[in-house]
Design a protein around this ligand. Structure first.
Ligand code: ZN
Length: 223
């Protein structure tokens, strides 16, 4: 049975913080317990996908064993230019994730806002990052996760040019299973069991749906 819509989740860092975080990054860092609770709720849910951004060491040290224990797989979006930095995955770690059956995609080169990069940086973020990751995994990069969920038409154009078949955003709500642009829902430091319930089983796409309903209501009033 194919699900009519899917829920994409985004995980950043898990557990003890092992490096200096970027501003605001602590907002997306979750505890091992929070992470495990989400995973437990995902078991038996083929309509839920788990993605990991930023290439933190916790992807391998904490996430991988817990995914395997539950028979789950994840997609890991790593930063090609930051491999091997303190608290981040290195090349061997990425290969280990891949060997364990996990999927590897690109989160760009240096965690830049793709709306604010110049041409030279765009070459790094797409061409260079994809070349490095392809060499590392032996497979072309076909999926990206957009840093900060920040995109506009130009960003989408660059992603298309890079022959990407799926781009993950951070727009929230549910997504079409085979959509090119896929909304995701980020785990945050303050989530509790009710968050998981709401995101996994709530009425479709809370923010997007609310916006659409509001737009429809306005149209109705206007006639
Ligand atoms: Zn990121």
């Amino acid at each position: 049975m194919t699900a009519r819509s899917v829920v994409n989740l985004t995980v950043h860092g898990i557990g003890p913080v092992t490096r200096t975080l970027d501003p605001g990054e602590d907002g997306t860092w979750v505890s091992v317990t929070q992470f495990e609770r989400v995973l437990d709720a995902v078991v038996g849910r083929p309509d839920v996908r788990i993605t990991f951004d930023d290439g933190n060491s916790s992807d391998l040290d904490i996430a991988l064993p817990r995914l395997l224990e539950r028979g789950l797989t994840g997609e890991f979006f790593v930063l090609a230019g930051l491999l091997g930095e303190k608290g981040k995955l290195d090349a061997g770690d990425v290969r280990e994730l891949q060997k364990a059956g996990m999927r590897i995609g690109s989160h760009g080169w240096a965690h830049r806002d793709w709306r604010r990069i110049d041409e030279a940086q765009a070459v790094q973020e797409f061409a260079d990052a994809h070349r490095v990751l392809a060499e590392l995994t032996g497979q072309p990069v076909t999926r990206v996760a957009i840093p900060f969920g920040s995109y506009d038409r130009r960003v989408l154009g660059r992603i298309r040019q890079a022959r990407i078949s799926r781009a993950y955003t951070s727009d929230g709500g549910r997504a079409r299973p085979d959509g090119w642009l896929q909304a995701r829902n980020s785990l945050r430091h303050n989530i509790g069991p009710e968050w998981t319930e709401q995101v996994l089983d709530g009425t479709p796409a809370l923010p997007v749906r609310a916006r659409k309903l509001a737009a429809r209501a306005v149209k109705r009033v206007r006639g």
